[in-house]
Design a protein around this ligand. Structure first.
Ligand code: ATP
Ligand code: MG
Length: 548
């Protein structure tokens, strides 16, 4: 077995344990429930849960629910379902909102120690006096108000006596700090909005910066892993831990976020796609959400393999989409049942077939006898894919040609006899089969260069296929001013296919490979009468092929 590639966080934890500085790591995955999880979150989930598992530690799921206006129970439920589906179980479930009372008390603590003040300037005035990277900010006229007045005013904020925007609580650090995050950051805002969990108990809410590190400290998190955008927030994270009577001192470590070529990984942008109707929902199979990838037919193992392959570094970079597809293909290759399906059929009449159709017992996977087998019929009338016949074959075309021969997989070698057209379009191919060439029992010594797939025309069933292309027309849609301008109008093509009877049965959990075509999974909208398959990923690298 390949050894897992290591990375700086794993190495550091191993070292801390070795040095006796750490018993076991305690990590957390802290989503904000304002949308569904996407492939970027999968990286963070695999990292946080993976490290805890590996070192016998614990990982918490914590909803960072400090911004009630955008959060909902639907998102909370979807996030829990997605983390479980990826194969992880949290050791504890928490909500930042569980800590609202403690956080409030700690805010009062800051005020009482002269480390926070109520600022009643307008939001614009606060923004305008923040300064820039080259110029210091300007101190608020409220900065030096008396402690007692701050305490009273903050308690009025909590009591709902002030309207939204009338005042904020700011940490009193330094308006001259070269780090803008330390220029008296806002730590509480007034929002008269009810909260999905806390209801109407609060009308002031802590900011991310004030809630996050303190929540980590309350839960005894040892390693608070976050993406690089938070590097500049680390001094603030540490400032709060130093100023407050917290029960533990977590450490923040940053890593580079996953950026995936050809798609967007931002809940806000994904939300736009949903609300503006470019996709059918958060779980649309074209979405890079966990729910979309699951519906598309990606396996949790495939996604975890991808996360392992991309590693964890501090270097920002964009991962090619084919790395994700490659990992999924590698996983599905051993997992999927291999069946026969024809997308764009030409009828093939086997001229010399005189008996009744032959029942072939074919295992679902050549390397996995435990997956079982099914019977497919090889009869006098078959379908093959139109692209497997060429009247005027280019060099290197090894499939069926006029006067040529090809092997029909699991069946026999057939020899082309005649092509029949109707209104100029090829409708039927007449072939003869060679009875001495049955697959597995072939003593004929005949060799042909090509093997193609087929289905028996008399027993094949029709199913619906949803054939997906990239959702965007450009490799970096996140940079587009308007997502609408880079949407691929052909990202979903509805097709049909003729499949073996055993593949026209509802099997919502099975993974499929249509031989020579790609990997597929049945869509949850399938019914026994109308089976729908989603194209998970083609067999070849579609992306590279398109660009060459
Ligand atoms: P979004 O912009 O999509 O809302 P976010 O960072 O605001 O992303 P959160 O719900 O706050 O989303 O993220 C939960 C955790 O997942 C955080 O620790 C965050 O760092 C991590 N995360 C989010 N996006 C990525 C990504 N693209 N790559 C790696 N980790 C990510
Ligand atoms: Mg966030």
């Amino acid at each position: 077995m390949l050894e897992k590639p290591t990375h700086f966080i794993r190495t550091k934890i191993a070292e801390q344990i070795k040095q006796g500085q750490l018993d076991v790591p305690v990590t957390r995955f802290p989503p904000e429930p304002n949308g569904y999880l996407h492939i970027g979150h999968a990286k963070s989930i695999c990292l946080n849960f993976g490290l805890a598992q590996e070192f016998g530690g614990r990982c918490h799921l914590r909803f960072d629910d400090t911004n009630p206006a955008k959060e909902s129970q639907e998102y909370i439920d979807a996030i829990e379902a997605d983390v479980r589906w990826l194969g992880f179980q949290w050791d504890a479930l928490h909500h930042a909102s569980d800590y609202f009372e403690t956080l409030y008390q700690w805010a009062v603590h800051l005020i009482q120690h002269g480390d926070a003040y109520v600022d009643e300037q307008s939001a614009e005035a606060i923004r305008a006096t923040r300064g820039t990277l080259t110029e210091p900010g300007v101190e608020s006229p409220y900065r030096d108000r008396a402690t007692a007045e701050n305490v009273a005013r903050f308690s009025q904020m909590r009591a709902g006596e002030l309207p939204d925007g009338a005042a904020v609580l700011r940490a009193k650090i330094s308006m001259a700090s070269p780090n803008l995050n330390l220029r008296d950051p806002i730590i509480y805002r007034i929002k008269h909005v009810s909260h999905p969990r806390a209801g109407d108990a609060w009308c002031i809410y802590p900011t991310y910066d004030f809630a996050h590190g303190q929540s980590d400290a309350i839960e005894g998190i040892t390693h608070s892993l976050c993406t690089l955008e938070f590097e500049d927030h680390r001094p603030l994270y540490e400032w709060f831990l130093k100023k407050l009577p917290v029960p533990s001192k977590p450490k923040q470590t940053e890593f580079s976020r996953l950026e995936l070529e050809g798609t967007v990984t931002s809940k806000r942008k994904l939300n736009t796609l949903v609300t503006e109707g470019y996709v059918q929902g958060w779980d649309d199979p074209r979405m890079p959400t966990i729910a979309g990838l699951r519906r598309r037919g990606y396996s949790p193992e495939g996604i975890r393999l991808f996360c392992e392959r991309i590693g964890v570094t501090r270097k920002p970079n964009t991962i090619e989409y084919q790395i994700l597809e490659g990992a999924v293909r590698d996983d599905l290759e051993g997992r999927a049942q291999k069946g026969l399906a024809v997308l764009d059929p030409i009828r093939v009449v086997v001229d010399n077939w005189t008996e009744s159709p032959l029942a072939l017992e074919i295992p679902w996977h050549p390397k996995h006898p435990e997956y079982g087998s099914r019977v497919a019929y090889f009869g006098p009338e078959l379908w093959i894919d139109r692209s497997d016949f060429e009247e005027d074959p280019p060099e290197g075309f090894f499939r069926l040609t006029p006067g040529g021969s090809v092997r029909l997989k699991y069946g026999f070698i057939v020899d082309h006899v005649e092509t029949i057209r109707v209104d100029g379009r090829i409708e039927t191919l007449i072939v003869r089969y060679d009875p001495a060439t049955r697959s597995g029992q072939d003593q004929s010594g005949r060799k042909v260069k090509g093997t193609i797939h087929w289905v028996d025309a008399n027993t094949a069933q029709r199913v619906a296929i949803r054939w997906y292309g990239p959702l965007f027309t450009v490799p970096d849609p996140a940079r587009a001013d308007e997502l609408a301008s880079v949407i691929n109008p052909e990202s979903l093509i509805k097709r049909t296919a003729w499949v073996e009877p055993a593949m026209a049965v509802c099997q919502p959990d099975a993974y499929w490979q249509f031989e020579r075509l790609g990997f597929f999974k049945q869509d949850p909208e399938s019914t026994p009468k109308h089976v729908v398959y989603n194209l998970t990923v083609g067999l070849k690298d579609q992306w590279a092929k398109k660009q060459s």
